[in-house]
Design a protein around this ligand. Sequence first.
Ligand SMILES: Nc1ncnc2c1ncn2[C@@H]1O[C@H](COP(=O)(O)OS(=O)(=O)O)[C@@H](OP(=O)(O)O)[C@H]1O
Ligand SMILES: Nc1ncnc2c1ncn2[C@@H]1O[C@H](COP(=O)(O)OP(=O)(O)O)[C@@H](O)[C@H]1O
Length: 234
Amino acid sequence: MNASGFKPALPGISSSKSLGFFSFSGGNQPFDLKPRGVCLIKAAMEETRTLKLDVNGKVGDKLPNGHAGKSTVACALSHMLYQRGNLSYILDGDNIRHGLNRDLSFKTEDRAENIRRVGEVAKLFADAGFICIACLISPYRRDRAECRAMLPSEGFVEVFMDVPLQVCENRDPKGLYKLARAGKIKGFTGIDDPYEPPLDAEIVLQCNTGDCSTPCDMAEKVISYLEVKGYLQA
Ligand SMILES: Nc1ncnc2c1ncn2[C@@H]1O[C@H](COP(=O)(O)OS(=O)(=O)O)[C@@H](OP(=O)(O)O)[C@H]1O
Ligand SMILES: Nc1ncnc2c1ncn2[C@@H]1O[C@H](COP(=O)(O)OP(=O)(O)O)[C@@H](O)[C@H]1O
């Protein structure tokens, strides 16, 4: 039980990322990586959930096509967890900012509130027995520390996606870096807003220019960590 008296049944997982993106080296992925839209992610999440919850349904050995994009690693991780019999749910900042957090901007205080709310929702999911995968930039150490403190000891696993700005900028699927560079978006993380890399992340997923693990390899690394630490049911 933590300070707020809340006792989740399963640990929550938070994923922070350096600048929000990571590199995909292409090739032998078990699913198509296509540009993500909110609806695609939502559909993918619903499809995954259906697979998880439909005891009579057949579970394929591939992730559903047509999702990918934003939390590519999160989707791969969620699928791998499912294959191991663990329920998970992805809380994706990009999506949540269209609903629950649509009133929030990217000002420092609103980013803090964004993360706080996601942490609270993650607690609820965790209490329902889900492993919650939160995909946020969450650029400030203080906000991440507060989110960690919300969850019981060892209930928060921070995954740092250590990706050079250049790699992020080269991807730029939504053209936001370009707009930020042109001064058309102010306060853009990595351009004119800070990112504070974690000092104590449980997991670091590194991606260098021209040398980046595949999303599945990254997700495997998270799975290995969770297995070793005893988070996953047999
Ligand atoms: N000013 C600014 N700074 C950073 N990011 C911006 C900004 N404006 C819009 N976006 C898009 O919003 C996505 C990040 O949302 P998050 O909720 O994860 O951000 S935060 O945790 O509150 O910092 C992020 O999407 P992803 O890259 O898919 O994560 C950005 O594309
Ligand atoms: N491992 C990866 N390496 C390179 N590109 C990737 C990788 N994963 C996703 N992408 C592509 O990069 C862009 C951003 O990926 P995404 O998963 O949406 O990142 P984020 O959730 O951090 O915004 C998308 O166009 C996606 O197709």
